[in-house]
Every structure is written in structure tokens, then in C-alpha cells.
Design a protein around this ligand. Structure first.
Ligand code: AMP
Ligand code: MG
Length: 266
């Protein structure tokens, strides 16, 4: 699993990462029990995080259209107590958002202590779509890698743990998924002609992602490149990474404020 974590300072070339990789597994059935265990464990750990109320977990999900951001949230977070989680989608900025610096809307929705927040897209769009479509000049977005590192560093130094997942799919798999959306009336709502247009920019996005992964994977806020052509493997790896990270925090239930043994309930 280590190898999916982008080591700070290494130059990422996505060619080195196989989107169809499934590790040592061959099928969804084979990992079903393991995934269930992780999801149960996630529930236990979230409860601890919530009770401890001193640290927060921020999960950033990025990936091309149809890479499975929504599906990951639905499956991996299915066991969590809704009281302790927020999911924040980042769309085209509103007028008000655009009237501020690009991190304004982001900092407002970082998780409070005890909570997990999942960003469905994030501030990284400001070095991805913004770069690919030249929504800002190069001299503006180029400075953002460093700004993002500073911002994330400030968060981690103030007890927000950060995990960033890039859902890595192949161009063929994206085609399959967009075609599925076209064929299935229950998925038509998910189909956007914009996604088809965005496919023309595949190589530009790939380059923009490689730079973001290269520039912004830090020790405290690492990027993970998740093989995402197989949904079951994607779910397994994401769940496992979150569980391991939360376990590493050594979370503890707080001590009671008073000596409870003396309390009598009449
Ligand atoms: P979806 O994730 O399918 O709901 O689409 C959200 C859309 O919002 C995507 O096309 C993103 O590229 C776009 N988006 C998100 N953040 C930004 C941003 N900062 N600037 C421009 N477009 C953005
Ligand atoms: Mg979309």
C-alpha cells in the first residue's frame, strides 16, 4: 500500500501507475469480507474521533469525470454516523466565492474537531480546471501549489489530519462509464455533455494532475494514487488507508470530568 502514497519530492508520472491494478486480489467477492471489516472499523474509529473531539479528518477526493468520487463516498462512508461527517461538493464558484481568494470557500468548510469532512473536488480544482481552461493566467495558478502547501500545513499543525485521494482511471474506463450513463435511464441525470467535451482535454488534465501530485504531496498531507478502474479495489484501498490513518492517531475516549462512581441516579 505504501507505494500508492506519493513520496514528497518525487516527480509523478501517471504512466507508472496502472489504473486497473488490483494488488494481490482477483475479484470483488474475494475482498468483500475485508471491506466490510474496514467499514465496521471505520465506524468504531469515527466514534472515537468524535468522542475525543480534539482532532479532525479531512479527506480530499479528486479524479477525472466518472472516476468514482460519488461512488467512493457512498460505499466507503456507508457505515459512518451521519452526525460526525460532512460531504462538501465543490462546484463552479459562485459570484460571491469568485469575489474572494480561492481558499476562502475552502477554509469555511474544513471539518470541526471530532468530525470527518469529505471534499468531493476541492481547492485543487484551482490548479486543475483553472489551469486546463486558462481561467486564470499561469502566473496566478503557478503560485498556488505553494499556497496550497502552506494552507494544508497550517491545518495539519492545528490538528486537522489530511488525506488526499486521486482516483486514477484509464481513458477507456471513463468511456465505458460515460456510455453506461447514456444507456441507463436511471443514470441519465448523471450524464453531462460537458464530460464528453472534457475528454478532449484528457492529456492536459493528466499533466495538471501530475504537477499537483508532484508539488503538493507532503509528509503531513500526502496524496495517494488509487487504482480506480475496478470499483471494488478502489473502495478497499481507500477504506484501508483511512482506517490505518485513524488507527495511527492513537485516539482515546476522554476521561470523565467527575468521579462517576459516587453518582447515584434516583
Ligand atoms: P461535478 O463534480 O460533476 O458536480 O462538477 C462540478 C464542476 O465544477 C466540475 O466541472 C469542476 O471542474 C467545476 N469546478 C469545481 N471547482 C471549480 C473552480 N474552482 N473553478 C472552476 N470550475 C470548478
Ligand atoms: Mg460530473
Amino acid at each position: 500500500m505504501k507505494s500508492l502514497r506519493v513520496k514528497p519530492g518525487t516527480k509523478v508520472s501517471l504512466d507508472d501507475y496502472d489504473p486497473a491494478d488490483t494488488g494481490r486480489y482477483k475479484s470483488a467477492e474475494e475482498v468483500a469480507d475485508k471491506l466490510k471489516e474496514h467499514i465496521d472499523e471505520l465506524d468504531r474509529l469515527q466514534n472515537l474521533l468524535y468522542a475525543e473531539n480534539k482532532r479532525a479528518l479531512l479527506i480530499v477526493l479528486q479524479g477525472m469525470d466518472a472516476s468514482g468520487k460519488d461512488g467512493t463516498i457512498r460505499h466507503v462512508m456507508s457505515g459512518l454516523n451521519p452526525q460526525g461527517v460532512s460531504v462538501v461538493p465543490f462546484k463552479v464558484p459562485s459570484d460571491e466565492e469568485r469575489a474572494h481568494d480561492y481558499l476562502w470557500r475552502v477554509h469555511k468548510v474544513t471539518p470541526r474537531f471530532g468530525q470527518i469532512a469529505i471534499f468531493n473536488r476541492s481547492h485543487y480544482e484551482d490548479v486543475l480546471v483553472v489551469r486546463v481552461h486558462e481561467l486564470a493566467p499561469k502566473k496566478v495558478w503557478k503560485k498556488r501549489y505553494k499556497q496550497i502547501n502552506h494552507f494544508e500545513r497550517m491545518l495539519t499543525e492545528n490538528d486537522t489530519v489530511i488525506l488526499k485521494f486521486f482516483l486514477h482511471i484509464s481513458k477507456d474506463e471513463q468511456k465505458r462509464r460515460l456510455e453506461e450513463r447514456l444507456k441507463d435511464p436511471k443514470r441519465h441525470w448523471k450524464f453531462s455533455e460537458k464530460d464528453v467535451d472534457e475528454r478532449h482535454f484528457w492529456d492536459d488534465y493528466r499533466k495538471a494532475y501530475e504537477d499537483a501530485l508532484t508539488e503538493c504531496s507532503t509528509k503531513r498531507a500526502p496524496w495517494y494514487i488509487i487504482p480506480a478502474d475496478r470499483k471494488w479495489y478502489r473502495n478497499l484501498v481507500v477504506a484501508e488507508t483511512i482506517v490505518e490513518t485513524l488507527r495511527g492517531l492513537d485516539l482515546k475516549y476522554p476521561e470523565a470530568a467527575a468521579d462517576l462512581s459516587k453518582i447515584v441516579i434516583e
